[in-house]
Design a protein around this ligand. Structure first.
Ligand SMILES: Nc1nc2c(c(=O)[nH]1)N[C@H]1C(S)=C(S)[C@@H](COP(=O)(O)O)O[C@H]1N2
Ligand SMILES: [Mo]
Length: 394
């Protein structure tokens, strides 16, 4: 089943396929184009998955056209996304007074907030997981940070009344599964009620001061920064306040990792699984671009971004000798909680040859990125190993 949804068609001998192998068809797509997203590297067109090349994450905040796309199903038709007719329903067994708001009501009834929020797909980095696992073979670019404007989910939920037994919320969008069954959702995930009520959790109607791009959830989106981006429902139509962990599509088998480490390559059958919440410490080098050529004794500026889920980044270090020694980069404070942080360093290469620049971030609990994947898991989530770029010095 998971296999079929990756490939986009039936796989007659799928049961025989070793679960650690990456399907040969899961290569990057050469000829696929998506309106407004011409610079992305596409992995699949059904569902659409495309990531941002690392050097296009160099802006302080990611431009709308560079924001990666991860769809689980078929995106809604543009005609369905009429902001004048758009409504958001608040319901669920732990909602005291279920209500339906028009988009205009949301905008006029509740105070607006803008926060820069980092969203990273739980599978970002999967392409470098060894042994390989199924799923989109993301490089480092299924992440971004930009300023979202909207109203607090907490304010909306409070206005509807939350029962004492509420522990979770679940979202519903208007996209449909790959098989076209409009009675189902391709994905319907959520977050614990405490995350739903936190100040930075937004029901957003704008990204970087403009309408949200069509493929990233226009006209309304849930944004839960610091959590796997799968918690941030696009094309948001309904939120359910739940008295149990939300049981929507992709809550059960997906976006979970073994609670305790398992041996790489194991099927992890029967082990306790934990839902991914705060994402781990990670960084990406956004300048120079991989394989840059420079001259001996030139100064090379190194720039990048680091983020730490719900924590803050406390340090970023850079190495050009494959990790033997590290120098500290200059690290900026985040614009607000859950925003990524910019780092800058400078390196001089005294000898010619091949180098790699490695970057390693540390969070404010003292936890650093590993050089190789830390905790292997059967779905290849949370690969936060260090990003590397090649430098040729002549
Ligand atoms: N309605 C809906 N919301 C969704 C998804 C989806 O397929 N449908 N994909 C989720 C996943 S897995 C990710 S990583 C992010 C991707 O957000 P983006 O496409 O705006 O980058 O959206 C999340 N929200
Ligand atoms: Mo994702």
């Amino acid at each position: 089943m998971a296999f079929a949804s990756i490939i986009g068609t039936k796989v007659p001998f799928g049961d025989n396929f070793p679960n650690f192998l990456v399907p040969a068809a899961a290569e990057k797509l050469e000829n696929f184009q998506l309106e407004g997203k011409s610079d992305l590297i596409f992995h699949n067109d059904r569902p659409i998955t495309g990531e941002t090349p690392a050097h296009l994450l160099d802006d302080d905040f990611t431009k709308p056209e560079y924001v990666f796309v991860r769809n689980n199903g078929l995106p809604p038709e543009k005609s369905v996304l009429d902001p004048k007719k758009w409504t958001l329903e608040i319901t669920g067994e732990s909602c005291l007074n279920p209500k339906i708001f028009t988009l205009d009501e949301l905008k006029t009834k509740f105070k607006h907030y803008t926060y820069a929020l980092t969203l990273e797909c739980g599978g970002n980095g999967r392409g470098e997981v060894v042994p390989g696992t199924m799923g989109t073979q993301w490089g480092v670019g299924a992440v971004y940070c930009g300023r979202w404007t909207g109203v607090r989910l907490g304010d909306i939920l409070k206005s509807c009344g939350i029962k004492d037994d509420a522990i979770y919320v679940g979202y519903y969008g208007v996209d449909i599964p790959l098989n076209g069954d409009t009675s189902k959702n391709p994905i319907s995930r959520g977050v614990p009620i405490s995350k739903a009520m936190s100040d930075e959790t937004l029901v957003a109607f704008a990204y970087e001061g403009k309408d949200i791009p069509l493929m990233n959830g226009y006209p309304l989106r849930l944004v839960c920064g610091g959590y796997p981006a799968s918690a941030s429902g696009k094309w948001l139509k309904k939120i359910s306040i739940r008295n149990k962990i939300h049981d929507g599509e992709k809550m059960m088998g997906s976006y979970q990792v073994p609670c305790h480490p398992v041996a790489p390559g194991s099927d992890a059958k029967g082990v306790d699984m934990c839902i991914i919440e705060s994402m781990p410490i990670k960084s990406v080098i956004t300048y120079p671009q991989n394989k840059i050529k420079i001259s001996k004794n030139d100064k090379l500026e190194i720039r990048g971004k680091a983020w730490a889920g719900e924590l803050e980044v406390s340090k970023v270090e850079i190495s050009i000798d494959f990790g033997a020694t590290w120098i500290k980069a200059k690290l900026e404070k985040p614009l607000n909680r859950l925003a990524w942080q910019k780092f800058v360093g400078e390196i001089k290469f005294k000898e010619e040859g091949y180098y790699e620049v490695w970057a390693r971030a540390t969070d404010n609990n003292g936890v650093s990125q590993p050089m190789v994947l830390g905790a292997w898991n059967p779905k290849g989530y949370l690969n936060n190993s260090c990003h590397r770029v090649a430098v040729f010095v002549s």
